[in-house]
Design a protein around this ligand. Structure first.
Ligand code: 4NP
Length: 173
């Protein structure tokens, strides 16, 4: 009998191949700053690479405080200044997202703990990755810091880090 922990990730890769699309979900605390920005930036990179048909990209929050809202106005403004339009509506992460998505990308260690604690199998836990692990130019960062209580420069930093990490992620998928 093969080790279950080795079999389940393989099964998840097979499922992805059957489905034929990369399914990527970005997670942050509120789903109004970092993860909608990651969603918009990743969609832009995928579109630029001519790969839009091969990807399903979404974002969600751990909390439900902002469900239905557009991204924070500072995040939208900062995004627009960098050529992005962040216009997704906030939603809360659901356990069923483990079935819908192959890769669940979190912004920080608190996100990692919150999402992996909802996983009901090792295979689901293995889908959760930290975005900072895909940084190439800004490897000194281990998280994408929460800008919500910060100033505008913190939103600029979110864009800078996400552009770097989303390109790194795309290169690995
Ligand atoms: P996000 O930022 O997790 O990047 O969307 C936050 C947004 C809202 C809150 C915290 C962080 N909040 O406490 O309402």
């Amino acid at each position: 009998m093969p080790c279950l922990q080795k079999v389940l990730p393989l099964q998840s890769k097979i499922n992805k191949m059957k489905q034929g699309k990369h399914t990527v979900l970005f997670i942050c605390l509120g789903n109004i700053c970092r993860s909608p920005a990651a969603e918009g930036i990743m969609k832009g990179l995928v579109e630029k690479a001519g790969l839009s048909d091969e990807f399903e990209i979404d974002s969600a929050g751990i909390g439900n405080w902002h469900v239905g809202q557009l991204p924070d106005s500072r995040m939208r403004k900062c995004g627009a200044e960098h050529g992005y339009r962040f216009d997704s509506r906030a939603r809360q992460f659901q356990r069923s997202d483990f079935q819908r998505f192959d890769t669940i990308v979190v912004m920080d260690n608190e996100n990692y703990r919150a999402i992996t604690s909802r996983a009901s199998s090792q295979a689901d836990k293995d889908k959760v990755v930290r975005i900072a692990d895909f940084l190439t130019s800004h490897r000194e960062y281990t998280t994408v810091p929460d800008p919500y209580y910060g100033d505008y420069s913190d939103f600029e930093l979110v864009i800078t880090l996400l552009e770097d990490a989303c390109q790194g992620l795309l290169n690995e998928l």
